[in-house]
Design a protein around this ligand. Structure first.
Ligand code: SF4
Ligand code: SF4
Length: 560
């Protein structure tokens, strides 16, 4: 992997430019190279190394990775990397309801029954799926792409698309300036953000990508429903051999209920806990919480602590050592929240394509999106291969391929699911969601509007140790650069938020970035930022903007 842009420096132009070296972007590059070996493809990512900004559960439906690699890389199943990355498949698939700090009810038979009856929740069956580290999967796909001749460059952050003309909506991308001081002055090593021209651009930035969101606005793409998000916080815990043996090397656990939902007494948050076997005596333990929580003093890490202390979970991880930790957002709104061109219905426009989480191809009924990231990336690559002579047609061809592939139909079966729960709450919304595919559309509000001056009832009596959590993500940024976290109107913090909500950004930010210093709320520790973007979507006054920092900063996930 190259850490400089020598080859594109010379020409500052490529045929296809992919923003984001995650599973979707790399699948696109691999599929395109397979179809058009001569194509010039550049993939850029802001992470310091491949896989460093990729964090997920993650269970992966085998067919998606098989479809990608069977044609692109014959014999891939026999490679050492395939055997390592795809070593585990789910054989024990627990779906639990936790009524309180102890006790667990097994719901998996109900999931099976729903599957037999063709009801939506039946999709929550993970048996036979791969249990993967998305960070390792990404490193492996990056190596494959490079071996096929794709240029993959990490440490380069993209600021924006360069506008094009007509159906060639974008003419390329502009990178973030490097070498500015905190005050925005040029240092001796200042390098202005380079412009790289391209015939086609694929936006594969992941959830809530800044270039993507700006493109959606400028190109006039529309969402039928607002995007809803959740935050996932996760730790990889090294446990004893005996604990791991008892848990099982082929097991995943998804748990509803305590500590974020107790049906009568509350709280009533959407989400749940998870445990995944990671191999090597490690278990990933996490908590996913919909950002439409109401409690102003809630921190998802508090919920993770309670989950870890639940009697079912504790016995498998007690005495273990956290070896990695991280946080990221997940786009949960489903098909209706995927932006489309209102005129043509395309997922993108002209020569710009949206893939994976950047588009929002996550199916919350399955609690999975990685298969759709790989499939949408692969289909984008194939569509581009057929559009090299007419780049402005790429979004149309890609959209037609997505619709024929079954991806859109799968997402369609889960449409309204998250909206139904956002609108009616867990108690009514979960049973109603069985019918969500046939229910009429609901208007739901953006997550940040949900907050109320209300306490989280399981708040611990000790602060979660955010410093240790952040250290376990190995996050860092060059200190002397302009802050990538901007508070739009500090007066709102002072006049409204501190009085009503006591500055919830200080509590919910998993990295402890925000502090109140002499009555003023500031992103005082921006260099700790995990790039989860929760603050930009959960500040109750929509008063935070996350802008792209210099490339090469942020977390350094390796096992997540
Ligand atoms: Fe409140 Fe947002 Fe200001 Fe933080 S940044 S104090 S959450 S208004
Ligand atoms: Fe996430 Fe914002 Fe905190 Fe960074 S500052 S870790 S983006 S909540």
């Amino acid at each position: 992997m190259s850490e400089n842009l020598h080859s594109i420096d010379r020409a500052s132009r490529t045929q296809v430019l992919i923003v984001g070296a995650g599973p979707a972007g790399l699948a696109c590059a691999i599929a395109l190279k397979k179809e058009r070996p001569e194509a010039e493809i550049v993939v850029l990512d802001k992470a310091p190394g491949l896989g460093n900004h990729n964090l997920s559960g993650a269970v992966l439906e085998p067919a998606s990775v098989h479809r990608l690699l069977d044609s692109a890389l014959p014999g891939w199943r026999e490679t050492d990397q395939a055997k390592e990355v795809l070593a585990r498949t789910v054989q024990k698939d627990d779906v639990l309801f936790l009524p309180g700090a102890s006790g667990a009810l097994q719901l998996h038979p109900l999931i099976k029954l729903a599957g037999l009856l063709g009801l939506g929740p039946g999709q929550m069956d993970h048996k036979g799926d791969y249990i993967v580290s998305i960070s390792r999967l990404t490193r492996w796909l990056g190596q494959i792409a490079e071996e096929l001749g794709v240029e993959v460059h990490t440490g380069f952050a993209v600021e924006a698309l360069v506008p094009g003309e007509g159906e060639a909506v974008a003419a390329g991308v502009r990178l973030v300036d490097r070498g500015l001081t905190k005050e925005g002055e040029k240092q001796p090593n200042f390098a202005p953000g380079e412009t790289i021209r391209a015939d086609l651009v694929v936006l594969a930035e992941g959830c809530d990508g800044l270039v993507t969101e700006r493109f959606v606005q400028q190109a006039g793409l529309k969402r039928e429903a607002v995007q809803l998000y959740s935050i996932g916080v996760k730790e990889v815990v090294a446990v004893s051999e005996e604990q791991y043996r008892q848990f099982g090397d082929d097991r995943v656990v998804h748990a509803l209920g305590y500590p974020i939902w107790t049906p009568v007494l509350g709280p009533g948050m959407f989400g749940g806990g998870l445990m995944y076997a990671c191999g090597d005596n490690k278990i990933a333990v996490g908590m996913i919480v919909g950002l439409d929580w109401q409690e102003n003093d809630f921190n998802p890490q508090d919920a993770l602590v309670h989950f870890k202390n639940h009697s079912f979970v504790r016995r498998f991880i007690e005495g273990g050592k956290v070896v990695e930790a991280g946080a990221k957002m997940i786009p949960e709104g489903g098909l209706r929240a995927v932006p489309r061109d209102p005129q043509t219905g395309t997922f993108g426009k002209g020569n710009v394509l949206l893939v994976g989480d950047a588009a929002g191809f996550v199916n919350m009924l399955k609690i999975k999106g990685l298969h759709n990231a790989l499939d949408s990336g692969r289909l984008a690559g194939e569509a581009i291969a057929g559009s090299m002579a007419e780049p402005g047609q790429a979004a149309r061809k890609y959209t037609a391929a997505l619709e024929q592939s079954g991806l859109v139909a799968e997402m369609g079966r889960a449409r309204n699911y998250r909206q139904t729960i956002a609108r009616f709450g867990n108690l009514l919304g979960l049973p109603l969601s069985v019918l969500s595919g046939v229910l009429p559309r609901f208007e739901v509000e953006p997550d940040f509007k949900a907050m109320r001056p209300r306490h989280y009832r399981f708040k611990g009596n000790r602060e979660f140790d955010k410093d240790t959590f952040t250290a376990m993500a190995q996050t860092e940024h060059r200190e002397d650069q302009p802050s990538h976290l901007r508070i739009v109107d500090p007066g709102i913090c002072l006049e409204k938020c501190l009085k009503t909500f006591k500055a919830p950004c200080i509590t919910f930010c998993p990295a402890g970035v925000y502090e109140e210093i002499q009555g003023v709320v500031k992103p005082a520790n921006a260099s700790n930022c995990l790039h989860c973007k929760t603050c930009q979507r959960k500040c109750p006054f929509d008063n935070i903007r996350w802008v792209v920092p210099e490339g090469g900063g942020g977390p350094r996930y390796k096992q997540s």
